[in-house]
Design a protein around this ligand. Sequence first.
Ligand SMILES: Cc1ncc(COP(=O)(O)O)c(C=O)c1O
Length: 416
Amino acid sequence: MYWKKKTHEQIKEYIFTALEKNLDYRGDRPILGIPGTYLDTTEFYPDAPFLKDAPYMSAMVRNPNHIGVHTLNEESVLEVFEGTQRIEKELIKLVAEEIFNGDTDQQDGYVATGGTEANIQAMWIYRNYFRKEFGARLGEIGLVYSQDSHYSMPKGANLLNLNNIILEVDPDTREISRESLDTKIKAAQKDGIKYFIVIANLSTTMFGSVDDIDMLGDYFTHLNVNFKIHVDAAYGGFIYPFTNPTSRFTFQNPYMNSITADGHKMLQTPYGTGLFLIRKGYFDFVKTDEAQYIPGKDFTISGSRSGANAISMWMILQVHGSEGWKYKMETLCDKSERICKKLERMGVEYFRNPYLNIIAIKAKYMSKDLAHKYYLVANSYEFEPEWFKIVVMPHVKPGTIDAFLMDLESELRGRK
Ligand SMILES: Cc1ncc(COP(=O)(O)O)c(C=O)c1O
């Protein structure tokens, strides 16, 4: 993994050059047929002086539409927004090849609205793949995921008419139980399920637990059934590959067929930046031929989407470079490690994956008031919480960590 950092000036020039290559609604060309334009000028006036130094804001105001998927072929880059759509194409290449170690030009992708859309996009592709390639009926396709998975899984299963197969996890290690895997899959087979869309979490939302993709892949391979694995790295996608040099979540692992990696979590990009990546050859299963007015056709759930989002992701990755980003993510892990060591000294039970910045603390060790004071998130707001999580994000200051740990310690002492 390596890309060199760029300076603010270089980034600015790059984005403004790209914007120049887009059709400019304010320019001289006779644009009569496009149902899009710049942002309303009463509020977003284009001559605001700061805009000339603000490439992302400038892109927002000029409002390029990135509808469709731009990595498929030359036709899929629209002439009207060619400049910025090429930046999105570069972004997909950078993330797929440098962060997830894909072979050159062997992956497609787009910037979805978020992790939910990217996960459902994967399910949609594989559902149609099983139907088109193997004549699968809806009742024969199962969606397999752990009980700790994000709720976008049942949401997607509901939308796409997939059968939910929910695997249990060990209450302490949060690992998928092999016994549960075997029992649930055998039962599903008895119910007529023949095709499996399998989700591997590159960190669950609540625990930061990471599923064993090889265990899942080996299991379904030995079972001799048709399956595809999608990795939900909505949370971990921009941290784990940087902190774990031996990550198994790369395109060199044949089990990983597609992946969701959200910008708007660890990469600190604006909301609306859920990256979806998949091996080449799969987008065709969700081609909407009826998208007749788009020269490259549409393959996404979202339709129209802002080009500024793709730009924001590209900019942040470029301004840090791979080494800068690695340093930043390692620093978050160091801070998390420090908290864990202190918890151990206090005899407080917690769960943490060593390559991530989520610490789930057993709820019995603190009062709800304390959890509330520090905005810790509970695993359930409907039932009695069993866990409270800390997420060591970039805004978390050492002083806040110390204050929390001191409060926790005095609560525990008070109990004794
Ligand atoms: C593991 C995981 N997957 C998917 C999502 C959904 O992402 P979004 O809210 O961007 O749709 C989240 C959000 O927290 C998540 O943590």
